[in-house]
Design a protein around this ligand. Sequence first.
Ligand code: KIV
Ligand code: ZN
Length: 497
Amino acid sequence: MKQRIYIFDTTLRDGEQVPGCKLNTVEKIEIARALDKLGVDVIEAGFPISSPGDFQSVVEISKVIKEPIICALTRAVKGDIDAAVESLQFAKRKRIHTGIGSSDVHIKHKFKSTRQEVLKRAVEAVKYAKKSVEDIEFYAEDAGRADLEFLVKMVEAVIAAGATVVNVPDTTGYCLPEEYGKKINYLVKHVKNIERVIISTHCHNDLGMATANTIAGIINGVRQVEVTVNGIGERAGNTSLEEIAMILKTHHDLNKQTNINSRQIYPVSRLVSRLMRMPVQPNKAIVGRNAFAHSSGIHQDGILKNRENYEIIDPQNVGVPDSSIILTARSGRAALNHHLERLGYKISKKQLTEIYKQFLLLADKKREINDEDLHLLMGDKTKGKQKVEIKLVEVVCGTPLQPMATVSLLINGKETSSTASGNGPVDSAFNAVNKIVKKRVMLEEFLIQAMAQGSDDLGKVHIQLKYKDFIYYGFGADTDIIVASVKAYVDGLNKII
Ligand code: KIV
Ligand code: ZN
C-alpha cells in the first residue's frame, strides 16, 4: 500500500500575494471549486487579518467547500488568530495556520527579539488558537536557515502546545535538496512526540530547487506538501502542485500517492493563469505550451514510432488533449508525412522526398509550417486559402472615451463588418470579430510581448482559445498591438474553422 501524501494548496494565499494576481471573492470561489474537483486535501484560502476582502473570501469559500480542509493564515498575534477563527465560522473542516520566524536572521532583524521570546510567542499562539480550533498548523518561518537545535526545541514546544501539523518552510528558497532532506530527517529522529504530528514542506523557488527540496522532504518523512498551481507565489514562486503530483504518479519507486485527479491538472492550470492574468512560461513542466510539443526531426520520428520514446507522461493523463508535432526547418520526413496523412494526402516515398525538399525551402523562410502551407505544397490551391482574413481593424480608444472597434473580415471570400465595444480596445476588437464569426470561443490566455525594447517595437501576441473542450493557439505580430491581437485571434479561429 502506497503512503498517502496530503496536498496543501496555497494558490489562494501565497500565490495570490504575487503582484498583479489579486483576485476578487467570486474568482477565488471559482478556483476553490476547481481545487476541490482536482482533489487537494487542504485549501489555504487567505490571510483574513490582511484585508476585509481576504477575510470575506475565507468566509465565502468556507460556505461552499465541503470536502477539503479550509485553512486561514495568521501571524503569532492574537488579533490575527481572532480574525481567522471568525472567518472560518462556516467551514465544515477548518485549520488555523499560525507561526513565527525561526532563523536568527528573522529573530534579530525582523522581530528584533531573542530565541527565548520567539519561542514563548510560538507556544502562546498555538495555545490561543487551539482554544477555538482543533486543527492547528504551526509554521517555523525561514526554517531552511534556522539553527537545527533551536528548530528541534521550537517544534517540540509547539507539539506540546497542541499543534497537529508542523510546517518547515524554506521561506527564502535557500536549501540544497540534500540539506533540506537532512533537516527533515533530523527533526523526525530528534523531536519528542514527532509521531503525533504531520510534518509539512513549504518550499520557495528562489534557486529553482523548490520541487527538488519538496521531494527530498517527502523521501525523509514529510506527509504534507504546500504547493501552488503553476508554481506561482512570492518572488520566484512556490513548489508547483502539478510537478509534485506527477512526480509521485510517475515514480512508483517512491511508493507514495496523492488524491489528485491528474486529468484536472491542465484545466485548473488554465483557469488560474486566466483569472490571475499570469501567463505560464511555454517550457513549464507539465502545463507549459511546449511541454508536449516536439519540434526536432529526431524526436518527431521517435515520438511517431512510439510516444514513450520521448514522453514520460501521456498528455491526456494531465488533461492536455494531445502531443503536438510542430513543423519547422528542423522537422524530418516522418513528421511531414504524419501531417500530410492527417490532411488526407497519401503519397509514395519518392513523392515524399520531393515534397520534403520544397518543404525545407519554405520552412527556412517561415518559422512554422501550417496546414495552409502544406496544401499549397501539395499543389492544392483551393484548400490552402485561409477561411478568415482581416480586411480592416479600426479602433477608437483613450480616456475618457468608450472603446469601440470596427472589424471587417473576409470569410470564404465574402466581406462582413461589425462594430462592438468592450472594456478596452482589444476586448472591443475581439467582440467585433465574435459578432461576425458567431462561434462560442473562450479566450484562455492572452500574452502580449514587445520583441525588442523601443516604443516603435513590433508587438507579438500569443493566445489560446478554447472551443468545444479543445485548445487552439493563435499568433500575430504587428507594430500596432491591436492589429497584432486581432491577427492572433483570427489565426486561432482559422484553426477552429
Ligand atoms: O514562505 C513562508 O514561510 C510562508 C509562511 C507564512 C508559511 O509563506
Ligand atoms: Zn511562502
